[in-house]
Design a protein around this ligand. Structure first.
Ligand code: C5P
Length: 229
């Protein structure tokens, strides 16, 4: 598999969505258009940028997803079976991407409101030489650091950013980082590449509307943002 652009977009959607509750993981719940969240995510990636899209699903959701695609006359991207954690799911996709790829982006399937501006900013930043480009937004809530004993103390909110996806990486550097062993502290791809000693990570402006559908009420918020696009 090699795209004419050398760019691969991995969409991870193999999570069980335990915080969401309900029978279906959040990325398969319907938005106002009656289609699963994941279809809007894929559509927005596809219409924002050329490049091969690889979808990561859990083994048990592959058949239901194909049925959803059939019902909505939807052409699924290539599917890879995910793993126990997000890291294992991303790794499964990275392992099938050829070594001559140039840029890999990784996006959460549960973030349907990804815009062309973010993905193009991420890709352009990597093209200009960054190891990775990370969309991030300022934190608006006050933050407290909590110790193991439960004691908490205020931290300087201006020193922190909330990190989003899609994150983009130099493909060979991301592949090298994912060849190292798994650590429990990995929550995103930037943390993986940083642990591999590559620290040329550039923050690009994220968007406050680029939410990750996590709790049931987030579906209505996503619909509202999508209706304003
Ligand atoms: O759990 P969290 O919300 O951080 O998951 C972020 C993204 O990673 C989601 O799109 C989820 O489906 C995906 N994921 C995955 N495989 C896992 C766990 C999470 O693809 N084992």
């Amino acid at each position: 598999m090699r795209t004419h652009t050398g760019i691969y977009h991995v969409i991870v959607a193999a999570g069980s969505g335990s915080r969401f509750g309900g029978e279906l993981p959040k990325q398969f719940c319907p938005l106002a258009d009656g289609r699963p969240v994941l279809m809007t995510t894929i559509d927005n990636i596809r219409s924002s940028h050329t490049g091969e899209v690889i979808l990561v699903l859990s083994h048990e959701m592959i058949e239901p997803w194909l049925q959803m695609c059939h019902a909505h006359h939807y052409a699924s991207p290539s599917i890879v079976t995910g793993g126990a954690t997000r890291w294992h799911s991303v790794k499964a996709a990275i392992d099938i991407i050829p070594n001559n790829a140039e840029i890999i982006t990784v996006h959460d399937g549960a973030r349907p409101i990804v815009t062309p501006r973010i993905i193009n900013a991420v890709i352009e930043t990597v093209r200009q030489g960054a190891d990775g480009a990370i969309p991030a937004v300022a934190v608006t809530d006050s933050l407290r650091h909590v110790n193991a004993d439960g004691h908490s103390s205020a931290v300087k909110r201006t020193e922190y950013r909330a990190v989003q996806t899609p994150q983009g990486f130099n493909a060979s550097k991301l592949k090298a980082a994912y060849s190292l062993p798994y650590r429990e502290t990995f929550t995103d791809d930037a943390s993986v590449i940083e642990a591999a000693g590559m620290d040329n990570l550039v923050l690009v402006d994220g968007e406050t509307t680029n939410i990750k559908v996590t709790y049931p009420g987030d579906i209505a918020i996503a619909d509202l943002f999508l209706s304003r696009q």
